[in-house]
Ligand binder design. Structure first.
Ligand code: SF4
Ligand code: SF4
Length: 164
């Protein structure tokens, strides 16, 4: 692990690799969470997605949705294994994502299936880093990405420390 890699570099790196939210919800092949480094960063739960992730600006799924680009959507559908994970067939008007926290757009199938997202909303929090059950939380997302969970717990510690 490169200890000098900062979080924005991590997000840039995942975006460059074509991995973005909600690839978190689909693929199990993300390994870059090992590189997350948080030291010295101010954490604002409002600026993070509900799980603690932050969508890269050049997310393929977001761009495909904004441009309603059917071919790009097909690529995302395949590479993010949406059929395998959610058992749905490709229909261009049903495959979209406008971001985990975007309030004025419809929620696509990926957001609708995220148990972490629905839990945070139900608890009326902004992000799991505010939740006192994070360490013991057994939501599927954390099982699939234990390294990511470790990083989110680190984020929580940083967040709580800054509040003291
Ligand atoms: S909370 Fe769920 S939908 Fe939102 S970024 Fe995290 S994994 Fe994706
Ligand atoms: S219980 Fe807490 S940590 Fe787990 S998903 Fe819900 S808000 Fe996040």
């Amino acid at each position: 692990m490169n200890p000098t890699l900062k979080r924005r570099d991590f997000f840039k790196k995942t975006a460059q690799a074509g991995m973005a939210c909600c690839a978190l919800m689909t693929t199990s092949k993300l390994g870059a969470f090992n590189n997350l480094f948080l030291e010295g960063e101010e954490l604002d739960p409002k600026l993070l997605n509900y799980c603690g992730y932050k969508c890269p600006e050049d997310c393929t799924f977001l761009n495909a949705s904004l441009e309603n680009d059917v071919e790009m959507k097909k690529e995302v559908f395949k590479s993010w294994e949406i059929n395998e994970r959610f058992g749905i067939e490709f229909e261009a008007d049903k495959i979209f994502c406008f971001g985990c926290k975007t309030k004025d757009k419809p929620e696509g199938v990926v957001l609708n299936n995220c148990t972490v997202r629905s839990c945070v909303i139900e608890k009326e929090l902004e992000c799991c880093i505010e939740c006192d059950e994070l360490v013991t939380c057994e939501k599927e997302l954390w099982d699939r990405f234990p390294k990511f969970k470790e990083k989110v717990i680190e984020m929580q510690l940083t967040f709580l420390e800054a509040k003291k």
